[in-house]
Each structure stands twice: as C-alpha cells, then as structure tokens.
Design a protein. Structure first.
Length: 83
C-alpha cells in the first residue's frame, strides 16, 4: 500500500492554506520528531524505574540526618553539640 502523501499535502493546501513545500516539510519532520519524543519518553520512564534513587532528591543532598538541611549544615550542628 502506498501512503497517499501527495493527496494529503493537497488537502492541507486546499483546506488549511498551507503551501505544498511547507506541508511536505511537515511530513518529513513529523516522523522524526515523533521518534525523538518516543525515545525521550521511554528513556525517562526507564530512568525512573531503574535509575539512581538519589537523583530524585531535590539537589542530590543526603537527607539521612534532616530532610530540610544539607550536609554542611548538619556538620555545623554536630560541631555545636560537641562543644
């Protein structure tokens, strides 16, 4: 089966007023663009399932001590407690 691209380009030209060169460009770019978007979505899903769990933190800080503080503030608090 032959894909009726010329007919669709003609319909776009007549109905929407898109010139044939832009309609043809649309038909060449859209499959490539959809492939890129599909790969991007698959990559993001794959990284969320099997990726590094630490990357889900806001800034990559270790929140074992206190969820709102970063490591340097925790170290400063520990030094104050020791004195």
């Amino acid at each position: 089966m032959v894909f009726p691209t010329p007919m669709i380009i003609g319909i776009l030209w007549l109905v929407l007023g898109i010139e044939p060169k832009w309609a043809a460009t649309f038909f060449f770019i859209m499959p490539i663009l959809s492939l890129v978007v599909a790969i991007w979505i698959f990559k993001s899903i794959f990284e969320n399932k099997f990726g590094d769990k630490k990357s889900s933190n806001e800034h990559g800080n270790d929140h074992r001590f206190n969820g709102s503080k970063n490591d340097s503030e925790n170290i400063q608090d520990a030094e104050i407690i020791e004195e």
